[in-house]
Design a protein. Structure first.
Length: 220
């Protein structure tokens, strides 16, 4: 995006010069220009869509919400509790430029690393220590396989990663050229702006409060 800003700056400077010459504005009059703030190019192409992931909330099941780099960096999380969302449904509500981006919600299962497993489920080391220190007490007939007192069958823990991924297929320059008349008209009116390209403008992850304990939120 940095290169795009440089291109826009060059275009703006050229536009100011050409517009000034074309409308009889003297160079000394540019001090009269007013800054009108940020202007979003492609705002008319913004759409809001929902992307759902459904799972069964269980004691040994967790869903990790992967980091998403777009949106408001001041937010600590994209998670929003909404009682109208069914339990077990994770709904990504995304506002984005459909002419430049295609959005995809991906999920995959993975074995949690020991540190992450302990962070999510907790007391992993404590449980292992308790199991190790328990004295076995066996009562069995010949040929029978019995469990010793204090022995617990380790449950398989399922960790699912959930990631919202944008695929960029658009052309920023086409969008700039599409809005060139609008930009030049602003120059003629002695106005200048910070032109930004509309891409992903808002992301919310809506979940039922009952679903929250089964999530590992790393959306920020």
């Amino acid at each position: 995006m940095r290169k795009l800003h440089i291109v826009l700056l060059i275009m703006f400077a050229a536009g100011v010069l050409l517009g000034g010459i074309g409308t009889g504005i003297a160079l000394g009059e540019y001090s009269e220009f007013a800054y009108v703030g940020e202007v979003l190019l492609g705002e008319e192409d913004l759409v809001t869509k929902d992307f759902d992931y459904t799972f069964t909330p269980e004691e040994d099941t967790r869903v990790l919400l992967c980091h998403f780099g777009w949106g408001d960096p001041k937010k600590n999380s994209l998670l929003v509790e909404d009682a109208s969302i069914p339990a077990g449904v994770i709904r990504y509500r995304v506002t984005y430029n459909a002419e430049l981006l295609r959005m995809e919600l991906l999920s995959w299962d993975a074995e949690p690393e020991e540190e992450l497993e302990q962070e999510i489920w907790g007391e992993g080391e404590k449980a292992e220590e308790t199991l190790t220190q328990t004295e076995p007490e066996t009562v069995a007939q010949e040929g029978e396989i019995t469990k010793t007192e204090g022995e617990e069958e380790k449950k398989s823990r399922k960790l699912t990663y959930l990631e919202l991924r944008p695929h960029y297929f658009g052309n920023d320059m086409d969008l700039v050229l599409k809005n060139k008349d609008r930009m030049m008209e602003a120059v003629k009116q002695r106005k200048f702006a910070d032109y930004q390209i509309a891409n992903v403008e808002q992301v919310e992850i809506l979940v039922n409060p009952q679903t929250v304990p089964y999530l590992k939120d790393e959306s920020r």
